[in-house]
Design a protein around this ligand. Structure first.
Ligand code: F6P
Length: 540
């Protein structure tokens, strides 16, 4: 046995990776050595040496195709990345998450969002699945009643507009999915999403709506989030003024979704219209829970079931496919390669489908709130980079704004292109053009351009990496797969970095200072001189 084998961990117990540091594994040392040849790594050379590369580096799952061939990796690098996943006990940690172990140690919680789309053969606790089914039945009944016009407002009128009030995970998922699945939307019911405490948003929306036919979903896991509660107060005032009733929040115009039902009830909501969240559903993983109610109202329960089924298909792939064929694991490893070894600072997401324009924002919360951490799961500081700065825009729009930097700038920015083979809302000519543009960008990033006249400003260096994800159509099923793919990519990276992907303590301080400024002003606080001066300029 060589030295390398002796240092490879052998235990695959759940939680075993807690005691590991990725930068002390043999694989990390191998990858550091591979990175020394980064200047000579050529994607084109890899294609030239291996006519089967495009095929060998393409993976599939239920007709979702992931082409990883346009990356700055060869078989050796790929092998070392797989070694890293194994040395960090990723397999055991995937099992631990699905089994309901306490994978969020700082909050003492499991992360069981996968159970929300689970079925009896998936090994989840049957009592848990029964409880989830009960909750799905509630969501089903409410959404059917709203959709078929039997959910009536106080003046006996059916619902025509739904406002989802929530922020972060209580907004981004349902907003992204409702927008993405417009093709399947109820023709007469519109869903609106208001998150920001910027009152101009809610005030402008209310001017367009009829209170008699408006339903409000008040979504807040904690039921303490200032933005959501302030927007709710504005809406309550609007209902009170127009419907001439004192406690509109107790009426059929309001549904609450929260982990804190007692707070929602104290706020005046009818207990019958409060749907409960479990503590093991993280906000940014809550699309599959009652937080998805606006989506269900929009597309109907059967289509929502398809969304869950798509996510479940990706769950099963993540838990069972060998890592070399495992799409989320490969995406996680590539991200680590670029960020920790090749110096990439950011990662671009470019869906070639306008209906996915909220996807980059959704993924920002998923990736950056989950993995923006600088201590490991023991609470010890890490001295390697974690987290991915995710940004993006739909194609072709992005081509006319930031793609210049991708092609000729000085930053290494790996790109995820996302495209759909068919789009029934488009027409053949435009859809072909859209997809041709997506392929052209990946090809141009890879091949670059050598201008024969020697004009340096025309040269494009190429050798710039991208993943292409191809899906058959933007249906609920494939959207579910896509979102779960990124969820699992984030999980796999968190495990390899040794961090807790399921907490978000870093968001607390800013909230606390804002609250103190509002309640006590700046005199009582020991704030920096800049903030104090700005406060005085604004508030006197
Ligand atoms: O500010 C961060 C955060 O706690 C997110 O994690 C969460 O999704 C969002 O705020 C909204 O929280 P809540 O659903 O409790 O209102």
């Amino acid at each position: 046995m060589n030295n390398r084998d002796q240092t490879r961990p052998s235990s695959h117990e759940a939680g075993a990776s807690l005691s590991l540091a990725p930068d002390r594994t043999p694989a990390w040392a191998d990858l550091t050595r591979h990175a020394e040849r980064k200047r000579s790594l050529s994607i084109q050379d890899c294609f030239d040496c291996d006519p089967t590369r495009a095929e060998r580096y393409t993976l599939d799952c239920e007709q979702l195709i992931a082409d990883f061939s346009k990356h700055l990796i060869d078989d050796q690098i790929s092998q070392s990345l797989l070694d890293l996943a194994r040395e960090m006990q990723l397999a055991a940690e995937i099992k631990a998450m699905f089994s309901g172990a306490t994978v969020n140690p700082s909050e003492g919680r499991a992360a069981l969002h996968t159970a929300l789309r689970g079925q009896s053969e998936d090994g989840f606790d049957p009592d848990l699945l029964k409880a989830i089914q009960g909750q799905l039945n509630q969501v089903h009944q409410i959404s059917d009643a709203v959709r078929d016009g039997t959910w009536l407002g106080v003046n006996g009128k059916p619902i025509r507009d739904v406002i989802n009030l929530g922020i972060g995970g209580s907004d981004l998922g349902p907003k992204m999915a409702t927008t993405a699945l417009r093709e399947f939307a109820h023709p007469d019911i519109k869903c609106h999403f208001v998150a920001n405490v910027d009152g101009a948003e809610i005030e402008s929306l209310l001017k367009q709506l009829d209170p008699d036919t408006t339903l409000v979903i008040l979504a807040s896991k904690s039921f303490t989030t200032r933005e959501t509660l302030l927007n709710a107060e504005t809406v309550i005032r609007w209902f009170s003024a127009h419907l001439n009733c004192d406690n509109p929040q107790a009426s059929a115009h309001f549904i609450g979704i929260t982990e804190q039902p007692e707070k929602a009830i104290a706020y005046g909501l009818d207990p019958e219209r409060v749907l409960e969240l479990w503590d093991w559903v993280g906000g940014r993983f809550s699309l599959w829970s009652p937080v998805g109610l606006a989506v269900v109202i929009s597309i109907g329960f059967e289509a929502f079931r398809d969304l869950l089924n798509g996510a479940r298909a990706m769950d099963n792939h993540y838990r069972s496919a060998p890592f070399e064929h495992n799409i989320p694991v490969q995406m996680a490893l590539l991200g680590i390669w670029y960020s920790n070894f090749l110096g990439a600072e950011t990662h671009a997401i470019v869906p070639y489908c306008e209906r996915l324009h909220h996807l980059p924002g959704y993924l920002q919360q998923l990736e950056m709130e989950s993995n923006g951490k600088s201590v490991n799961r023991h609470g010890e500081p890490v001295d390697y980079k974690t987290g991915t700065i995710v940004w993006g825009e739909t194609g072709t729009n992005g081509q006319h704004s930031f793609f210049q930097l991708l092609h000729q700038g000085t930053h290494l920015v790996p790109v995820d292109f996302i495209g759909f083979r068919e789009d029934r809302l488009s027409n053949a000519r435009q859809h072909r053009t859209l997809l041709a543009n997506m392929l052209a960008q990946g090809a141009a990033l890879l091949s670059g351009f050598e201008d024969k006249t020697g004009a340096s400003y025309r040269q494009q260096p190429g050798n710039r990496p991208s993943t292409t994800l191809l899906l058959p159509r933007l249906t609920p099923f494939y959207l579910g797969m896509l979102v779960a793919l990124y969820e699992h990519k984030v999980h796999a990276q968190g495990i390899i970095w040794g961090i807790n992907s399921f907490d978000q303590w870093g968001v607390q301080l800013g909230k606390l200072i804002a609250d103190q400024l509002l309640t006590e002003g700046c005199e009582a606080l020991t704030l920096d001189a800049s903030t104090t001066a700005l406060f005085r300029r604004l508030f006197g």
